[in-house]
Design a protein around this ligand. Structure first.
Ligand code: NI
Length: 186
């Protein structure tokens, strides 16, 4: 398969509501997911939604590395996971503000309030339905990625417009402080 170019804000596909996947076991979906994995691996990100490589379907891949797990009970390391047709149900309203970045808005970082606890249901490539929960950083990543399926970017949801800055203008201390607040790149 092949790493594809990751689209940046301004490309119309990133603003479309993506269509549901009718058959998650269709080999074309497995091929799409492999391209998403290859595209994400090339740039070293945390997660990717299909619209970011120009495919307007409800497919997301993401992982939670051990070093990003927050201290909230229930937050956890997650291996690379494929979610097809995900449905999020917040258990807690948006509250905690944390730093986010996005492969479709390269170089920038901004602060966003997200729900710290979600119920999550999705289909696998085998067509199985998975029901689970996401807490803390895990919940943030999932919300960021699933927003892409509705044509929403994190820059639409900034807690404070002045929080949007170029990452390389932050001092290391400022960056670490922002990242400690939970920090995502997806
Ligand atoms: Ni993103």
């Amino acid at each position: 398969m092949v790493a594809r170019r990751i689209l940046r804000a301004g490309h119309p596909v990133l603003r479309q509501v993506a269509a549901p996947v009718i058959d998650p076991t269709d080999p074309a979906i497995a091929a799409l997911v492999q391209d998403m994995r290859d595209s994400l691996a090339e740039v070293g990100g945390i997660g990717l939604a299909a619209p970011q490589i120009g495919v307007s379907l409800r497919v997301v891949i993401y992982r939670v590395p051990a070093e990003r797990v927050s201290s909230l009970p229930g937050d956890r390391e997650v291996p690379m996971t494929v979610m097809i047709n995900p449905v999020l149900t917040p258990v807690a309203p948006p509250g905690p503000i944390g730093a986010e970045a996005c492969l479709s808005v390269p170089g920038l970082v901004g602060m966003v309030a997200r729900s710290p606890h979600l119920r999550l249901q999705y289909q696998t490539l085998a067509g199985e339905v998975v029901s689970t929960e996401a807490v803390g950083y895990h919940a943030r990543v999932v919300q960021h990625e699933c927003d892409h399926l509705d044509g929403v970017l994190y820059i639409d949801k900034l807690a404070d417009p002045t929080s949007l800055v170029f990452r390389d203008e932050l001092t290391l201390v400022e960056f670490e402080a922002a990242r400690a607040a939970t920090g995502a790149t997806a």
